[in-house]
Design a protein around this ligand. Structure first.
Ligand code: MRU
Length: 355
């Protein structure tokens, strides 16, 4: 059976890379129509690429920002050998402000800044090694989560996913899509449904592109078809990623995730979120402490520059929402699986992670 023999090594897509002294980004705004790369040599251009969604997805943003610190430090060191640390602060703040919800961005910048104390002369070698480590660790975490999450799925099921959580959203392989890749390879997934994910269409454009490249069949649905799908087909799992998880287990993810979790509970389906511990924000007590990004109204009111909505209509465009912990059946991290996550379980997970 093709599903069982499917090879996980298929995953060859890299959204972010370090290439010839520059950051190479696969421009996700023009996929799947065009495969174009941006080569960025300065941190402000990289911050802009994050803000404009050329690179997106919580872990991928963090990795890109880590490489951005290397770019910033290189330039600052060329300009001011003794003062490069303070000279790059503006660039670091620009990277940090590029997108507010994904905590991986803050986490990666913090990790890069912690390396500054080790630098004696030229910062580039030490910082580049750290950025590459962050990147490699993310891929390793994804493969581990893929295996852990797939073990939870038994029998044959259809699954529903939201947004894009694959190689394009991470260092490689993916979080929720990594679990789906692994579970498909084990033959326990019958059909994969992907919400189109309005308004950026990460599901229809990016998830479908990744799965098609891997020769894994996928069916795209309108976001509003999700509850009907759960009622009509044999979907037993909803599997999504997370941009930030508060210490009580509430999670912020792509707008629409909360509706999916509510519908999943109403239909007695299992809801799994898959995220590395770099997405945990132990300083956020609950989901109410997570900043939710509002993006420009044009993203809703227009399509490729052409007005869709009636002239004069306004738009509200929050691009993430918060799913309360009580709706989450499993949180899969690289440190282990947490069933029905809550504050005590997450504290124990992070304690073990640090010991
Ligand atoms: O706005 P985006 O495309 O950056 O949103 C991405 C998501 O919501 C993903 O689900 C999330 O980052 C987890 S992906 C590993």
């Amino acid at each position: 059976m093709t599903a069982v023999t499917h090879d996980l090594a298929h995953d060859a897509i890299r959204a972010v890379d370090w290439s010839n002294g520059a950051v190479k980004l696969l421009d996700q705004r023009v996929l799947p129509q065009r495969e174009e790369y941006l080569i960025l040599e300065e941190a402000p251009a990289l911050a802009n690429a994050i803000r404009m969604m050329a690179v997106r997805g919580a872990p991928a943003i963090g990795i890109a920002a880590a490489y951005g610190v290397v770019l910033a430090a290189r330039l600052a060191y060329r300009r001011a050998k003794n003062d490069w640390r303070s000279a790059i602060e503006v660039d670091i703040e620009r990277l940090r402000a590029a997108r507010p919800t994904a905590v991986n961005l803050h986490w990666a910048l913090q990790r890069m800044q912690e390396k500054f104390v080790e630098v004696k002369n030229d910062p580039e070698p030490i910082l580049l090694a750290e950025a590459k480590r962050i990147h490699d660790e993310d891929i390793t975490a994804n493969k581990r989560m893929g295996a852990l999450g797939a073990e939870l799925i038994h029998g044959k099921t259809d699954v529903l996913t939201h947004c894009n959580t694959g190689s394009l959203a991470t260092g490689g392989f993916g979080t929720a899509l990594g679990v789906i890749r692994s579970a498909y390879a084990r033959g326990v997934i019958q059909s994969i449904y992907a919400c189109e994910t309005r308004p950026w269409l990460q599901g229809a454009r990016l998830t479908a592109w990744e799965l098609m490249r891997d020769k894994i069949p996928v069916t795209v649905i309108a976001d509003s078809a999700a509850a009907h799908l759960m009622q009509q087909r044999c979907v037993r799992w909803v599997i999504v990623g997370a941009d930030r998880i508060a210490r009580n287990g509430d999670l912020a993810n792509k707008i629409g995730t909360y509706s999916l979790a509510l519908s999943a509970r109403a239909h007695d389906l299992k809801f799994m979120t898959v995220a590395p511990t770099s997405s945990l924000d132990m300083s956020a007590a609950t989901g109410a402490d997570i900043p939710i990004e509002d993006r420009p109204s044009g993203e809703l009111l227009e399509l490729e520059g052409h007005r869709l909505a009636a002239e004069g209509a306004l738009a509200w465009n929050p691009v993430f929402d918060v799913t309360p912990a009580r709706l989450i059946d499993f949180l899969v991290t690289e440190k282990g699986v947490v069933p029905a996550p809550d504050a005590a379980k997450l504290a124990a997970l992070m304690q073990d992670a640090h010991s």
